[in-house]
Design a binder for this molecule. Structure first.
Ligand SMILES: O=c1ccn([C@@H]2O[C@H](COP(=O)(O)O)[C@@H](O)[C@H]2O)c(=O)[nH]1
Length: 267
């Protein structure tokens, strides 16, 4: 799915929810542990329960890489299980010297055919370019992250502006709103008005509502643009909304609540 199809999906579903599949074997309901592939079963059940309310799924690769070879297999099978109507994101936060980045891009755009991958901009243009060279794929660059450590570098002054502002301004010139999105944390909603001045047309992937306490209302107020322009991610607040046999019902309920609130902001 490309960005234009994502925009249509958001319009049709009245939702800009991305469900984060941060699946941790320690946190999935006990009854699933009888299955030989509990993590995959859990992911499939969550996808079935939430697909009507969201437009995107984000697989945070860390949770699967930690499982070794089996984790990569689960990434592949989960990715293939996600309906083609949904925008798929590998949250892998890659970026390295050019020839290495080219291999990362091949990993997440070809070997595992995600629609988008998250990339760290710290190593500069040649580390990001190999991702942008893929047609109809989207590179999502970290801008202003949701964590406390954002103040260590991203919010530090850099030539008359904050470092994150420099990143947004500089990186946005390397691509287009069609192939480039930015991560801005929901916990940074007060900066969103400013972010929108620098990148009015790029989609923003916004993690940090739910478990991290960010406000969907504030994010929507300052972040929405004429195409919606937002993908708001919720991982734990949706996938672990329930912890027993009713986890599917609870996850669906949590996703539906986000969708219902988003629909009011899209009026
Ligand atoms: O700034 C960032 C960048 C990425 N993330 C990721 O998003 C999800 C958030 O999970 P919740 O359970 O909804 O808090 C997770 O995969 C993070 O690694 C982020 O939180 N902030």
């Amino acid at each position: 799915m490309n960005k234009q199809q994502l925009v249509s999906a958001i319009r049709n579903k009245r939702s800009y929810l991305c469900v984060g599949l941060d699946t941790d074997i320690e946190k999935i309901p006990a009854h699933l542990h009888a299955s030989p592939n509990a993590v995959l079963e859990f992911n499939k059940a969550i996808i079935d329960a939430t697909k009507d309310y969201c437009v995107s799924y984000k697989i945070n690769t860390a949770f699967y890489e930690a499982m070794g070879v089996k984790g990569w297999d689960i990434i592949e099978q989960t990715l293939h299980y996600i309906p083609e109507t949904h925008f798929t994101i590998a949250d892998a936060k890659r970026g390295d010297i050019g020839n290495t980045s080219a291999q990362y891009a091949k990993t997440f755009f070809e070997t595992f055919p995600f629609d988008a991958v998250t990339v760290a901009p710290y190593m500069g243009e040649d580390s990001v370019r190999p991702f942008l060279e893929y047609e109809n794929k989207v590179t999502i660059v970290l801008g202003l992250t949701s964590n406390k450590g954002a103040s260590d570098f991203e919010l530090q002054p850099a030539g008359g502006e904050h470092l994150y502002e420099k990143v947004l301004r500089t990186v946005s010139a390397w691509g287009t709103p069609h192939n480039l999105m930015f991560v801005v944390g929901a916990t940074q909603a007060s900066a969103l008005e400013n972010v929108r001045k620098i990148v009015p047309d790029n989609f923003l992937l916004v993690p940090g509502v739910g478990a991290q306490g960010g406000s969907l209302q504030e994010v929507s107020q300052y972040g929405l643009n004429s195409e919606a322009g937002l993908l708001v991610n919720a991982s734990r607040a949706v996938i672990y909304a329930g912890s027993g046999e009713d986890f599917v019902v609870k996850a669906a309920e949590a996703a539906r609540q986000y969708r219902d609130e988003m629909a009011t902001y899209l009026q």
